[in-house]
Ligand binder design. Sequence first.
Ligand SMILES: [Zn+2]
Ligand SMILES: [Zn+2]
Ligand SMILES: [Zn+2]
Length: 754
Amino acid sequence: MKTRVRAKVVGRVQGVGFRPTVYRYAMQFGLCGFVCNGPHGVTLEVEGDDGKVGAFFDCLTHEPPQQAVIADIQTEVLGTKGYRNFEVIESEQQGQATVHISPDLATCDDCLKDILGAKNRRCGYAFTNCTNCGPRFTIIRDVPYDRDKTSMAQFSMCERCEREYHNPLDRRFHAQPNACQHCGPRLQLRVADGTASDDADLAKTKELLRRGRIVAIKGIGGYHLACDAMSAESVARLRRRKHRPHKPFAVMFRNIAAVKQLCEVNEAEEAELLSAARPIVLLTRKLAGRRLAGGISPDTNTIGALLPYTPLHHLLLRDFDTLVMTSGNLTDEPIISDEVELPTLLGPIAEAALTHNRPIVHKCDDSVLRVVNGQRQFSRRARGYVPNPIRIAASGTPQLLAVGGELKNTFCLVRDGNAFLSQHIGDLKDYKTYDYFSSEIESWKQLMRIEPQVIAYDLHPGYLSTRFATLAPIPHKIGVQHHHAHIASVMAEHNLHDPVIGVALDGTGYGTDDTIWGGEFMVADRHDFERVAHFKQYRLPGSDKGVEEPWRMAVSVLTAEGLDEAATRKFPALKWGLVQRMIKTGFNSPLTSSAGRLFDAVAAILGLCDVTSYEAQAAIRLESIADPRVTDRYPFAVQTGNRPWMLDFGPTIRAILDQRRQGVAVGEISAKFHNTMAASVLHTCRFLRGQHDLNVVALSGGVFQNELLLRRTVEALQSRHFRVFTNTAVPLNDGGLALGQAVVAAERTKRTCV
Ligand SMILES: [Zn+2]
Ligand SMILES: [Zn+2]
Ligand SMILES: [Zn+2]
């Protein structure tokens, strides 16, 4: 019996070779009909033998193209129409856009063979790609994903590329960025003295790098600054010019074997490094890893490693085992992505720039993650993952926008239960970053066809994202407490709906009592929360200055605990008295229960870091010296007289000072402090389990980026049979905040509508 079936396929089905696969299966089963892209995804019709149509759908759902994600297929059986052949037809332009845009994909093995194959017509061509790989999100202006809606529109294909593009059996069939050296984008080397050359750019670039020069290299989502990772002199010069004395630089390795020579790599880490997203993965440096310039990550024994992900990277890294590849920007500013901004890098920082003429539509930094307890943990979620959606509800959510926090900002748009978290935007206090934030929101709204009815924001009145929300012409505004948002982001990721014990150990977040929170225990659901316990409050002398200068926090803690005489000598004597006065009068010294600040204070007391040059530097140094063999801990107290309870680490600080005086090694003291934190979380959660009959714990907040702390806390909780969840799909720092805000806002809107 003959039949005709129409199907609408939604999900990540454009820019991933979906239509060619449909075509191939239709040919295989001798079916007629058509396939086309539309704003919602892919529409197809197949006509033929009943059994063969069934087999066709079997294949399509069980063996879709490598990079495709089918969210749903709706089929409809219709009367036969008498199609004579199977065709790929023009895209439908009408209808609601719901297609999921693919993230950028690392160069596939087939394309790698093309660019390295001496006889291939794409040999050495830096912009080679196919339907399985290449830029996507960063070149898309609008949907459906067709070439004229990308930044490839300005390049007309030559005859041979055109043939590939129209041949359904070719790997480059409808590969929108398809190009070759005759018709596609080209490299250009610009030297700081103003000269530009158009030939042998790659060879000259390699020569400059070999001679220790810094070269700005245009990639997929912006420029990198590259230099020889083995040259201490080049790395030091890059640090000087970038005004970045300590924050680690990422290193690109030639291949996985080169990574393994210098770093410890387990199976999960290898899989991350080799994935199509190609993130920067934080790895432990081996002894041999000392061959890398010491200046690459002076505060830690880890290396941020990544593998080549564009043809250009592969061509460059043929001649180097390693290159520093750090974001091409000035501190706190967004990554530079076009030639107008290039003078910021070329001259002041880099001696040369290897650019190209394919415009970048969306800036997008490299993603950064590590693997903890076998699970992915993002510190920055951007290229390779954005704009993949995160499912937060079955459906029926209003269209909404959550604007995130202030530092490490991301925003989030929600439609039909899917949350689209933006790429890492950065620190909104910088004007250029704020500008980028506002323009990306506009462009995402267009791309996702979302017109928000609701806007969610942080309660901090000083955040620029909060001000943006206040001014936005969206009638329904929902403020979400910072740490509730952190916990809600975990609940969303793991599909948790019942109340949980939320533990947010964090740097800074505005509380409902107008003080700064950051060591928080809550009983929370997606709608609301109760603050049930928190760290003891201390003054933060100088506010932001107190965050940048951990010694101030040390003075504050020591003074409050009546221990100041014990440690006076170690701190800048002149300012000591001034800071003490600030603490006593409270002048510009808000109260804070921040766990991050407690780590700062301990690091400063141990003499590890008085003044930071990047966020969380003191805590990072404290973690990196901890002796992992140490298992005991210091005393602490929990005051349960009033709600919320208070965790008091005064006894901990006192014991640390005693041990310091006795000459105990700082590595041991640091480990015992970490263990104390983990024990205090367990202790409090056990109390709460008794009172609230809750057994699920959600951990979030930037302080848990400390791997030792997270491991110890999870181990402690699991040993007492708690079910423990933390962020794995979004950062547990403020980069994940927007997702949590979106979840809370969606829940509150749902309840008001009922
Ligand atoms: Zn490819
Ligand atoms: Zn061509
Ligand atoms: Zn936070």
